[in-house]
Design a protein. Sequence first.
Length: 559
Amino acid sequence: MGASRHYKSSWFMHNNPEVAPVSENGKIHVEAKSTPTENGNLSETQDKDVVSEGLGIVSVYDQWIAPPISGTRPKARYEHGSAVIDDKMYIFGGNHNGRYLNDLQVLNLRSWSWSKVEVQAGLGGVTTPCAGHSLIPWDGKLLSVAGHTKDPSETLQVKVFDPQTLTWSTLKTYGKPPVSRGGQSVTLVGMTLVIFGGQDAKRSLLNDLHILDLETMTWDEMDSVGVPPSPRSDHAAAVHADRYLLIFGGGSHATCFNDLHVLDLQTMEWSRPTQQGEIPSPRAGHAGVTVGENWFIVGGGDNKSGVSETVVLNMSTLAWSVVTTVQGRIPLASEGSSLVLSSYSGEDILVSFGGYNGRYNNEVNVLKPSHKSTLQPKMTETLVPDSVSAVQNVTNATRDGDSELEMGQEGKTRTIVTDVIVAEPQIIKAEETKERLLAALKAEKEELESSLTKEKTQTLKLKQELTEVETRHTDLYKELQSVRGQLAAEQSRCFKLEVDVAELRQKLQNMETLQKELEILQRQKAASEQAAQNAKEKQSSGGVWGWLAGTPTEKSDDE
């Protein structure tokens, strides 16, 4: 996911029609035309502008504002880690143009000034560049969990940064750690880290569940029941009431999701409840943060474009609503951005940084949510709380009416009228809830049908690719058989040539033997001729000497 999604819309700066920036005496403020209330309706125009003195941070609810930033901005990036400690937002690592980063930057949320942390040589020295990791504040320190690296290790690593000593170290853990990965979710629940999903170094998507106990530093792979989320990465996770782990969205290699899954951390049972309200579109690479029982989701993408809506989920009712919508291809409509929760002037603020939407950015944006909530002790277990409440109210009203039958005629009439007045709105509310549920079910059905169509299209594409591969395999097999036939013929020819060569060598050896015999015969012949010649010469020389010595010549028989 991530940088594989490229957006084609043009880039331009944020221009909010509801907020007009004004500069006076070096201070920036905004004339707020209207302010949303808790239920999403707009209140009357405020009588005065709310301006943060000296900083220009506008206290307008539910609108993203770019604060005036000083200092050297960090390099633009996405898939970095972000966390807040003591009114300071730390940014670590990330990805820029395909290169992993390992710098540690800090934004002072009081002065809104950037500075770079000069890491000291400690137990771990300068930690490895990474992206797709999770940065978790814990016990005054920062935990950098997992992440993609150039040379990944076999198992997941946890690094610790101490802001007091400015040093990194590797957390020593026990048990069997998970395989290394990036794009996972890491959620701090009490004294445990809950790690879900991600993508390993071989690009295999995961949906396993692991827990690191920060008291004993021991890993444990958790067994769960029910149907877990499908393997995915770049999703968002949150915890509700210290018991329920929520997983929303994310992506696989082929598609993005907008499903919501809930894990009961007591029973370790997965469920997929019905979502209410304005269900967000499929997305991956989004960022989330919780404020009470409200879960804010910002950014993300769907393989085509960045998501422009900032949405919020009430984790008790599982109802979605849109907080605000940005226009155009601006940093807030990015993948791989970070989102943290801080406070300013005693009120909660959301701080977004970085991301990628066709270009890498290093912008800071701030939103002050108007959603106020009280954390519920337990997540609503029923999916139809309004209708159940309505039925209960009608039943109670009927029972109250029965108890009043012993009263006089006037009291009886008053009770009946009251019952009708109370019951009728409740019945109407139940009918409206039923219609909303039917609409939600219809929307979910359409979503499933759309997903099924995409899966069918993907399956058809894979079948076509498989057919092409099989055809190519057949052609290659035929070619291989032909080559094998040619090779067999060449081997036969080679064997015949080797036989001929052997025969020629044998003949050559025979010829050499005959040559030697011929030479011997020639020498013998020459020796014989020489001996004959010598004998003849000897005979001739004996006659002459005899004549000289007066040896009589033998007379012939005739004489």
